[in-house]
Write a protein that binds this ligand. Structure first.
Ligand code: HPA
Length: 236
């Protein structure tokens, strides 16, 4: 049994969809999976296993930010042998033209987290997703008519940062959007030789200050959910 997930060995599938909000994890599992079993409720960080089109898959909440996400991803990989991790989440757009609801594939994750320097030489070197998951997502998104935008994201440790001018540096790098988890997910997946990819929906625009409500963020577009499970369960 692992320290934070605390579930028995074998109850988690080797393909896991992760999301920051545990209530979102429950919503996703109950909307998309059959024969759903909740395998953990420790600290309210819910985890579920069920079946998507006959294939076993799990959905795990991870909390907000890199430290919380890192410990769940670590346990999924080391204690439960998880091979495929797909994050479904929300992000703040860092481009004025990006609208609420725009789906994004995070093709790289820059970060300002000290944890980034445990794995990479500097903050100019992003962590990268699994190439095979990226290719699979592109193919399925095109055939499903989901207009995914691709680009690098920025995984920050500070949602409420004291410097209002800090974005210019990251905009100049072509960052599409800001979130708080993908940097460490990609790093841990890469060093442990498992697959990871993040799919995001724009929930607010940092530059224009438009945003969706907290309850809207808990819901996930059905097309995105189908895409995530189709990618997770694709044989690659
Ligand atoms: N900043 C950081 N993380 C986020 C944001 C944001 O604006 N929106 C959704 N996740």
């Amino acid at each position: 049994m692992s320290l934070h997930i605390g579930a028995a060995p074998g109850v988690i599938a080797d393909k896991v969809v992760i999301t920051g909000d545990p209530l979102r994890a429950r919503y996703i599992a109950e909307s998309m999976l059959s024969d759903v079993v909740c395998y953990t409720e420790i600290r309210g960080m819910l985890g579920f296993t069920g079946y998507y089109q006959g294939q076993r898959v799990s959905v795990q909440g991870t909390g907000i930010g890199i430290p919380s996400t890192a410990l769940y991803v670590h346990e999924l990989i080391h204690d439960y042998g998880v091979q495929t991790i797909i994050r479904i989440g929300t992000c703040g757009a860092l481009h004025p033209g990006l609208l609420i609801g725009q789906p994004i594939i995070a093709t790289a994750a820059y970060s300002d987290s000290a944890t980034h320097l445990l794995y990479y030489p500097d903050f100019d070197t992003p962590s990268l997703p699994s190439d095979s998951l990226l290719q699979t997502t592109r193919t399925i998104a095109v055939s499903s008519g989901i207009p995914m935008l691709e680009g690098p994201v920025f995984s920050t440790d500070m949602f409420y940062h004291p410097d209002p001018l800090r974005w210019a540096h990251w905009q100049n790098k072509g960052i599409l959007a800001v979130e708080m988890e993908s940097g460490i997910i990609y790093a841990l997946a890469a060093v442990n030789n498992v697959r990871a990819l993040t799919l995001l929906t724009v929930s607010d625009n940092i530059l224009t200050h438009s945003s969706s409500s907290a309850s809207e963020r808990q819901l996930v577009d059905e097309g995105m959910m189908k895409l995530v499970f189709a990618v997770a369960t694709q044989e690659i």
